[in-house]
Design a protein. Structure first.
Lengths: 295, 229
């Protein structure tokens, strides 16, 4: 008996989509549109976070080494620095390299022709994992014997942390709002599609169909429409992303922006679209027919 | 068997639809239920099909006590009934065959059983050549015959026909009534709600008349005892 019914549910689920072709098309379009809008905002937020992180990583700390320290001891300080948990990269810069870097910054460097590298100190250029902990890391660095001075742009790091927090909050709030609006619109579209079938449900009830017998084909349909909508949304989003990334790559104005590679976000995007489309399809259709079942 | 004992039904808006009805329709009977609009005929039908419940009294249909029935038992009650409506209530996107077959799917019947039974029932109502038509391609009389086939396909104990001839011409109406009579002769209880005096008078059957929610006459005879005018 269950096998007979299962066959019926699957057949009804599929044929229902095509028999109510226009409503199915409208439902898929709305799900696709909502997911694209929401997905675009989410991708925008991810890229803003990535850009901020990239800028943060360029905010370096410079630790100057005691001039009187022998070279081998100066090199040994690197191990001490690496023991600090928040350290991401450490690079030893000799006074000569630092001096040539200094000169390279200025076009008219003849002004500094009287100077030589001895005026500078050997140093370590350090980047951090989390610049929110820059102050603590600076204190840890300065306590290492052999380091005489640490230059850390605390005010810039604080600015970045504030920017990152605000951008994060705004992104989450926007994506959540869009998610709510999208779920509402998608569920209502499915409800509208089901409204035209209330008479059919009433007939099923009168011939003795149980509520689950009526629900199953609708749920199956909702699932299929939801997944179809999310797949279309994913493909369109994928196309749009590559288009924008391509344009940015050749743009002179926005050349400093590098988008997160789509490969890195493929799986999370696919899963979130799929799950969202599926859930909206299932819950939208379940709640849509609820009112017609109690006769 | 359908029995009603001291049945009262009041709706939430205060309307008293049924006021103390006592009634029994035995297995295998054919009965007409007549009365003017608003007399309570539809409420009686809805109580029999489990769409509304009595406010007080006892309604028993094919062994189900409607005053105590649980919601999940209602589909089981409805499977013992075949209901025919004035507006046919066919699914317009399904063919004649599918409209009849889906009533069997509801009961979990196998495809083999369905393929055997549906053509047989459609032949019984004279629609074997119209199986693949959509309802919109049929006349009113033919649509009603599809509804009768659907009602009949699961061998119900009782067939309830709510104004079955209300939307079809007199010649086709007579055919429908004769079809219902034939079904009754095969052993199924038939209850027909109608306004059509001529039609009632042509059949020598039991006529139950109600007005303002009360039973006003109940007797055998080929006449419409209750006069609406």
């Amino acid at each position: 008996m269950m096998r007979n019914r299962l066959g019926y549910y699957i057949k009804e689920g599929f044929t229902g989509i095509f028999k109510h072709g226009f409503m199915s098309f409208a439902t898929i379009c709305v799900i696709t549109a909502c997911l694209i809008i929401m997905g675009t905002f989410a991708l925008l937020a991810i890229n803003i976070q990535a850009i901020i992180s990239n800028l943060e990583s360029q905010n370096q700390i410079v630790a100057y080494i005691d001039e009187n320290l022998p070279d081998n001891e100066a090199a040994g300080i690197e191990n001490e620095i690496r023991r600090i948990e928040n350290i991401s990269t450490v690079r030893f810069v000799t006074r000569e390299e630092a001096f040539s870097n200094f000169l390279a910054k200025y076009e008219n460097n003849s002004l500094f022709s009287d100077l030589d590298a001895s005026v500078l100190k050997d140093r370590y250029v350090i980047t951090l994992k989390d610049i929110a902990e820059m102050e603590m890391t600076r204190d840890q660095l300065i306590s290492i014997p052999g380091i005489v001075k640490v230059n850390a742009h605390l005010e810039i790091s604080k600015g970045f942390v504030t920017l990152r927090n605000i951008a994060g909050l705004v992104s989450i709030a926007l994506v959540l709002m869009l998610l709510l609006v999208s779920v509402f619109i998608m569920a209502n579209t499915i409800k509208l599609a089901t409204f035209s079938r209330r008479e059919e449900i009433a007939i099923m009830k009168i011939v003795g169909a149980t509520n689950w017998f009526i629900r199953f084909p609708f749920i199956l349909q909702g699932m299929m429409l939801g997944i179809a909508g999310s797949m279309f949304a994913y493909l369109i989003e994928w196309g749009l992303y590559y288009l924008v990334a391509g344009r940015l790559a050749v743009s002179n104005t926005f050349s400093f922006i590098t988008l997160v590679p789509f490969d890195m976000i493929t799986l999370p995007l696919l899963i979130s679209f799929g799950v969202l489309g599926l859930l909206v399809g299932v819950f939208g259709s379940t709640s849509a027919i609820k009112n017609y079942l109690y006769i | 068997m359908i029995s009603m004992y001291e049945v009262y039904k009041s709706y939430e808006n205060g309307t008293s639809a049924i006021r103390g009805i006592n009634l029994t329709i035995e297995d295998g009977e054919f009965a007409f239920l007549v009365g003017p609009s608003g007399s309570g005929k539809t409420t009686i039908i809805k109580m029999i099909t489990g769409e509304v419940y009595p406010t007080s009294g006892v309604v028993s249909v094919n062994g189900f006590d409607l005053s105590r029935i649980k919601r999940r038992q209602t589909p089981k009650l409805r499977r013992t009934l075949g209901v025919i409506f004035q507006d046919f209530r066919l699914i317009d996107k399904k063919t004649v065959y599918e409209n009849v077959a889906f009533a069997m799917y509801v009961l979990g019947k196998s495809n083999k059983e369905i393929k055997q039974r549906v053509p047989y029932v459609l032949q019984l109502v004279g629609l074997e050549s119209r199986m693949s038509c959509l309802p919109a391609e049929l006349s009113g009389g033919e649509q009603q015959r599809v509804a009768i086939a659907r009602a009949l396909v699961n061998n119900p104990q009782v067939i309830i026909a709510d104004e079955p001839t209300g939307n079809i011409d007199p010649a086709r109406s007579l055919e429908i009534m004769m079809l219902l009579e034939k079904i009754n002769e095969l052993g199924t209880t038939v209850l027909v709600v109608t306004h059509e005096r001529e039609l009632v008078n042509r059949f020598s059957k039991r006529v139950i008349a109600i007005d303002a929610g009360r039973l006003i006459s109940d007797g055998m005879g080929g006449y419409y005892e209750y006069d609406e005018e």
